[in-house]
Design a protein around this ligand. Structure first.
Ligand code: G6P
Length: 372
């Protein structure tokens, strides 16, 4: 009913709008006044976490994209090797797991069969399993050693939005907590990130307030067949997520690529007027990556692409090459996905509407896939 949708036409629109609160709720009570993390619900003793020598993240769909981003954060802040794998691939390749492996299973519903089977396999091999989940008492957290709940509230639309942002927050918390427990890299940078996390909800709100041009752009692309997405570093999984949203909702051919791979294939797809969404890393910090992506944008634009550029506010270097510029607030490098994903959700939702598709219930898809 309209009341359930809180005055929005679709649950997806409501859930996109709820993201600032979902993010804030997921942080609530987990960071103390001194900027230290307290994850009491993670019932794996710190002594065990200190011994972890490998982290393996398993998930499906959008949750897998959160896991890909988590890998960057975990390795950077903890120096523990981390791999992220599709749950459906994981247990069929005889993965190497033991008591010192921490497996993180990410699932909104807590019922995805592939993710459940992956964690069962991991526990059989003696690994500890931490679930990141949005559904209280669901199967995946029940069968895990510990759980960190995302507090997104119920997500009804099949295409995941607010759950994704809160999965990211939970992954950052896990990464920072591991860093804190192990004392590695727990310096000014990490404390700064914890501080920045507390303002990220407001930054997501800022993004949401500037989405009208993105909706307009989406409507203008309703008759296109293909949209490509490019990203680098944590922007690469954001590109994958943007493409997934477009497939799910607009039924368009959409593909995400690592920008550095452009010359190894994807550039052959560029022809006149192909829309290409590029997620640009901050010009601050890792500016090498920024400069490389700017030259990618020049390369594709010279071949006729219509460039839709998501960049940090004030990034003047990209402006001359952006047919459409979407500015997002400055965040620490690793946190950028929290703001950069939001325009891609809005874009996909509006394109689906413009194409007359059912936004909340896309064809052939289910909210939770409980078969293998
Ligand atoms: C389905 C949903 C996706 C979701 C995926 C994983 O494919 O349509 O939106 O990302 O399952 O679901 P989970 O509940 O495990 O996060």
């Amino acid at each position: 009913s309209a009341a359930e949708k809180g005055g929005y036409d679709y649950f997806m629109l409501k859930e996109i709008a709820e993201q600032p609160k979902a993010v804030a709720d997921t942080l609530l009570g987990r960071i103390d006044a001194a900027g230290s993390l307290t994850l009491d619900e993670v019932r794996i003793p710190d002594s065990v976490l200190r011994e972890v020598d490998k982290v393996v993240i398993v998930a499906c769909g959008t949750a897998y994209h959160a896991g890909l981003i988590a890998k960057y954060a975990i390795e950077h802040w903890t120096r523990i090797p981390c791999e992220t794998e599709l749950a459906s691939e994981f247990r069929y390749r005889d993965p190497i797991l033991d008591q010192r492996t921490l497996v993180v299973a990410i699932s909104q519903s807590g019922e995805t069969m592939d993710t459940l089977m992956a964690l069962r396999h991991a526990r059989e091999q003696g690994a500890k399993v931490l679930a990141i989940c949005n559904t209280n008492g669901s199967t995946i957290p029940r069968e895990s050693d510990a759980v960190l709940y995302t507090h997104a509230g119920p997500e009804v639309a099949v295409a995941s939005t607010k759950a994704f942002l809160t999965q990211l927050v939970a992954c950052y918390l896990v990464a920072l907590y591991l860093g804190q427990v192990r004392g590695t890299k727990w310096g000014d940078e990490v404390r700064g990130v914890v501080r920045e996390l507390s303002v990220i909800g407001a930054q997501v709100e800022e993004v949401l307030a500037t989405m009208e041009p993105v909706r307009e752009l989406a409507r203008s692309l309703a008759d296109k067949n293909t949209v490509l997405f490019l990203g680098r570093h944590v922007g690469y999984p954001v590109a994958l997520e943007g493409a997934l949203k477009l497939k799910e909702l607009a039924y368009m051919h959409a593909e995400g690529f690592a920008a550095g791979e452009l010359k190894h294939g994807p550039i052959a797809l560029i022809e006149k007027d192909v829309p290409v969404v590029v997620v640009v890393p901050s010009p601050r910090g890792r500016s090498v990556l920024h400069d490389k992506i700017v030259s990618n944008i020049q390369e594709i634009r010279a071949r006729g692409a219509r460039t839709i550029v998501i960049a940090e506010r004030g990034d003047e270097a990209v402006r001359p090459y952006a047919d459409h510029l979407v500015e997002v607030p400055a965040t620490p490098v690793l946190l950028q996905p929290l703001v950069a994903t939001v325009p891609l959700q809005v874009f996909a939702c509006e394109l689906a509407t413009a194409r007359g598709n059912e936004v909340d219930q896309p064809r052939n898809l289910a909210k939770s896939v409980t078969v293998e």
